[in-house]
Design a protein around this ligand. Structure first.
Ligand code: NAG
Ligand code: NAG
Ligand code: NAG
Length: 492
């Protein structure tokens, strides 16, 4: 009898463990749960705190190794680094670091929705308050509800870029949520602190101010004309802004040069761009870096923010084959943001009942869901978030829950575990395509002692955002010609 039992148990065991492999191509619905490696996530929190900012010597070595990469000049590729891998962190424990990140993240989300509000409410450029002609812009001239300028600094991903001729190497923030490229320029009437020397336009032979009648000057949302030359102004809605001369310059990325790139030479700049010299706009508008180089596509891979690994941002590389694709949509009211044709969400292989309108851009330009490199935590409309959270909570009743923190209302005490089984979470797109997220992209540590939180958050704005925590470890490719976004897991 005991033998029979053993055989039966063996049989059940074998059945349970082979069943998932019986179907060579299981449908996404068959992935109900997945394993989160708790120890590995906790270990990363310790590794991160021990990272030290790169020294000047490390900068030089890195430039050397990067510069020696033999890439054809037609293919632009640059190294992407995380904020902590470049600057280190002043925090001494992971919890303070996370709290600082989440505070920055709220400022980021406010700045994106402010941008959209301005675009939707703006009937024509003439509605803008005229800027004082011939005078330096004053911060009071800035548009929009400006939040305190003391936010912790924008930007999560950086690249080393050469500006001018001869090129000065500087760190630039990369941002899919804005278009205008700019950097701090001498003479500074107000510059924040940056790691590299301030750019000197007079010492670059390729620097050339743009006149007011140029297409580039006319494409600016906010501009002014002084003595025939173009002045630009960009405010980010989180207290950060930059104002100065709009010019063309040569930009060097690795071994490739881009000539006559329209770029702001900012003499008045506020906001802590974390010591970066400026920003490269990767948005969909005509002044963004990809638009100006007529890129047909670009792709990035956002490495785990808790690692010091680097990844790449590439332009015009072939669109990857056999990847999950979604449609890339545009908002007629604002061409900067990259909207996704998201159709649904599932938890534990079960599609949530969410009205399709939850992810759609409506006729006024409100709503929709964008994919952003600078937002950390995915924001969903409150009802959608609640459905997602409730389904996740239902699937994790075996875990010890603990109190929420900051943006997060669903947290667990996993301090006694080295790994846990959690429900799968997937994004669904048209034609039955879906992207299953790795568990470490939605159940994240918030301290080093085993507290993990469900990394989604509700938003009261109509605009939903897919953040970089959910994109970690995935190459995201934007096919700008065929309007597709591709997701390739594990291709960093
Ligand atoms: C979890 O990750 C650690 C490395 O951080 C590894 O040694 C361990 O085998 C992993 N555990 C599982 C269950 O995959
Ligand atoms: C405009 O140009 C004139 C003559 O070139 C110069 O005297 C004046 O200072 C300039 N004004 C400004 C605001 O730069
Ligand atoms: C991009 O295309 C525009 C219009 O066709 C052209 O004027 C411009 O020179 C092109 N830029 C580059 C960098 O090829």
């Amino acid at each position: 009898m005991a033998k029979m039992w053993l055989l039966l148990r063996l049989f059940i065991f074998a059945f349970l463990f082979t069943f998932p492999f019986v179907h060579s191509r299981p449908s996404p619905q068959s992935y109900k749960t997945t394993i989160l490696n708790v120890s590995a996530s906790i270990q990363n929190t310790f590794n991160l705190l021990s990272l030290h900012p790169k020294t000047t010597q490390a900068f030089t070595e890195q430039e050397h190794s990067f510069g020696s990469v033999d890439s054809p000049s037609s293919k632009l590729s640059l190294q992407l680094q995380t904020r902590t891998s470049v600057w280190g962190t002043s925090q001494t424990d992971y919890k303070s670091l996370i709290l600082a990140r989440l505070e920055r993240d709220s400022a980021r989300v406010r700045s994106l929705s402010t941008r959209l509000d301005l675009a939707i409410k703006r009937v024509s450029k003439s509605d803008l308050r005229p800027l004082d002609n011939g005078l330096e812009f004053q911060p009071e001239d800035l548009e929009g509800p400006i939040v305190s300028g003391s936010s912790q600094g924008s930007g999560e991903y950086f690249s080393r870029v050469g500006i001018g001729n001869p090129p000065s190497q500087v760190y630039m923030v990369l941002d899919t949520g804005s278009d205008v490229n700019w950097l701090q320029c001498a003479p500074c009437s107000d510059c924040y602190q940056q790691a590299d020397p301030i750019f000197e336009p007079t010492s670059s032979s390729s620097y050339s101010p743009l006149t007011c009648d140029t297409k580039q000057c006319k494409s600016l949302d906010e501009s002014d004309c002084r003595n025939g030359t173009c002045l630009y102004e960009v405010s980010y809605g989180d207290g950060s802004y930059t104002v100065g001369d709009f010019a063309t310059e040569t930009i060097t990325l690795g071994s490739a040069k881009v000539n006559n790139l329209a770029i702001g030479c900012g003499h008045t700049n506020e906001g802590l761009f974390v010591g970066a010299a400026g920003l490269l706009g990767l948005g969909g508008g005509s002044l963004s870096f990809p638009s100006q180089i007529n890129a047909t596509s670009f792709s990035y891979c956002l490495v785990d923010r808790d690692s010091d690994a680097a990844s790449t941002l590439e332009f015009d590389s072939p669109f990857p084959q056999n990847v999950v694709t979604a449609s890339l949509l545009r908002n007629p009211e604002l061409d900067t943001f990259y909207y996704l044709g998201l159709t649904g969400l599932s938890v534990g292989g079960k599609l949530l009942s969410i009205p399709e309108s939850a992810f759609k851009i409506d006729e006024t330009g409100n709503g929709g869901i964008i994919i952003d490199s600078g937002t950390a935590i995915t924001r969903l409309q409150t009802d959608t978030y609640n459905s997602l959270r409730d389904a996740f909570v239902k699937g994790t009743q075996n875990l010890v829950s603990t109190s929420g923190m900051s943006l997060f209302d669903t947290c667990y005490d996993l301090s006694s575990k080295s790994s846990v089984q959690v429900p799968t979470v997937s994004f669904h797109f048209a034609d039955g395509k879906s992207l299953r997220l790795p568990p470490k992209n939605y159940l994240i540590p918030v301290d080093s002692s085993g507290t993990f939180c469900f990394a989604f958050a509700p938003t009261t704005s109509s605009l939903s955002i897919i953040g970089n925590v959910q994109q970690q470890g995935t190459r995201v490719s934007f096919d700008l010609v065929n309007s597709l976004v591709g997701f390739s897991p594990d291709k960093c």
